[in-house]
Ligand binder design. Structure first.
Ligand code: PLP
Length: 422
């Protein structure tokens, strides 16, 4: 990437004034300090900020509930029965999927389990799940419990990808080699993309291809990918993907999550599946018959009628993503994160674990502080800067391109310099 970075306030002001996405900052509510100054918020990979319009999206449903009671299912301005369908097209476009491949439902770990019910089918010879060593704990618990559920010993069933000695990141060629060598015994390849701790982004297309060649199923946990990476899930071809909507997607704490199931499985009625009435044929759902007649595609994994307020909050946020466009967001993010990297390196403030290669990262940089990392974070927080700490010595900083500016990045580094001088 060609870069024109400069370490000056004039430069960042010029960058912000010529940034076509800069106007979106004003669409969000920021935590403020006692002087009323907006925070520099680099924790959007943990909990995204609240869009100003979210309140009106939720208020509409509160109003219709008050006005209409149960009739709101049909009579609300946006009727609740098909309400989740309002999200289908924008969600499909966000992750590069066909509409039939996506649904918003449940929460992330629940969706991961539902997907493993369908796509982790261990046999006596093919029973392993390949994950990253140090995967997000919920994912580790989920895969271990699935292995046990199938009568497997998690110690034997879970195969972990570890970086080489002395390295922090997995080498892409090592991932492919492991799949090639162990593929015959692997039932499911499941990687978190972007990795929550290191910020490493994996090439989903080559991993999917290598795994499918060996007859493995492939799923991705896109908790740190949705709303961050430019995704083409349909084309890349994993069997499934799951993500949450409260990180980069700004749909609020505990927001309703997303799920992708590739269209090659859309009509497969033989796939093992845990079922509920919201996955049933919409035309006959209220005939209340005893036989399950599944919808086609990802919607058929729905269990319950969904939480409308959460879907409303997600619609508000997806509206902004749709207006900004994921391609433009990724482009700004590459530049903004590159600028943060440039300043941190120029002033030798910390070690950056995340890859230098923009194709191997998203928005987040994981910074290693050998000395007093917790104090560094506290000092940042006192100065109205949000980032987060992960044991033992990593601070994660994610300048989300939808509401972070070049001035924020510049300010972050200025404040970090002061914090380290203390
Ligand atoms: C944030 C995150 C989770 C959290 O799971 P929930 O079910 O939403 O609580 C799980 N896995 C990964 C990789 C995450 O980054």
């Amino acid at each position: 990437m060609t870069t024109d970075f400069q370490d000056s306030l004039d430069y960042v002001k010029e960058k912000d004034s010529s940034d076509p996405l800069a106007k979106f900052k004003n669409e969000f509510l920021f935590p403020k300090n006692s002087n009323g100054e907006k925070a520099i918020y680099f924790a959007g990979n943990s909990l995204g900020l609240q869009p100003k319009q979210t309140k009106s999206f939720i208020d509409q449903e509160l109003l219709d509930w008050a006005r209409l009671g149960v009739e709101g299912h049909i009579q609300a301005k946006n009727p609740w029965l098909p309400y989740h369908e309002l999200l289908t097209e924008q969600t499909a476009s966000l992750v590069g999927a066909e509409p039939i491949e996506v649904v918003c439902m449940n929460s992330l770990t629940v969706n991961l389990h539902l997907m493993m019910v369908s796509f982790y089918k261990p046999t006596s010879t093919r029973y392993k799940i390949l994950i990253e060593a140090g995967a997000f704990p919920s994912d580790q618990y989920a895969v271990a419990s699935q292995a046990k559920f199938h009568g497997q010993n998690p110690q034997q069933a879970i195969l972990e990808l570890k970086p080489r000695a002395g390295e922090d990141l997995l080498r892409p060629e090592d991932i492919l080699k492991t799949i090639d060598e162990h593929g015959d015994s692997i039932a499911l390849v499941l990687l978190g993309n972007v990795n929550y701790l290191t910020g490493q982004c994996f090439d989903m297309e080559s991993i999917t291809k290598a795994a499918h060649k060996k007859g493995c199923k492939v799923g991705f946990d896109l908790a740190h990918g949705a709303g961050n990476l430019f995704l083409e899930l349909h084309k890349w071809g994993p069997d499934f993907a799951v993500w949450c909507s409260y990180k980069y997607l700004n749909a609020g704490p505990g927001a309703i999550a997303g799920c992708f199931v590739h269209s090659r499985h859309a009509k497969n009625v033989d796939l093992a599946k845990f079922c509920g009435w919201w996955g049933h044929n919409k035309k006959t759902r209220f005939a209340m018959g005893p036989e399950f007649d599944p919808l086609e595609g990802a919607e058929s994994w729905q269990l319950s009628n969904p939480p409308i307020f959460q879907l409303a909050a997600l619609r508000s946020s997806m509206d902004l993503f749709h207006k900004a466009g994921m391609f433009a967001l990724r482009k700004k993010s590459d530049h903004l994160t590159g600028f943060l990297e440039y300043l941190l390196n120029k002033h030798s403030l910390c070690e950056i674990i995340t890859s230098k290669n923009v194709k191997e990262r998203g928005t987040q940089l994981s910074l290693r502080f050998q000395k007093n990392p917790k104090q560094v974070l506290e000092a940042l927080h006192k100065k109205n800067v949000f980032a987060d700490f992960r044991e033992p010595n990593i601070i994660r900083a994610a300048p989300a391109p939808l509401y972070c500016s070049y001035q924020d990045v510049y300010g972050f580094v200025e404040i970090l310099k002061e914090a380290l001088a203390e």
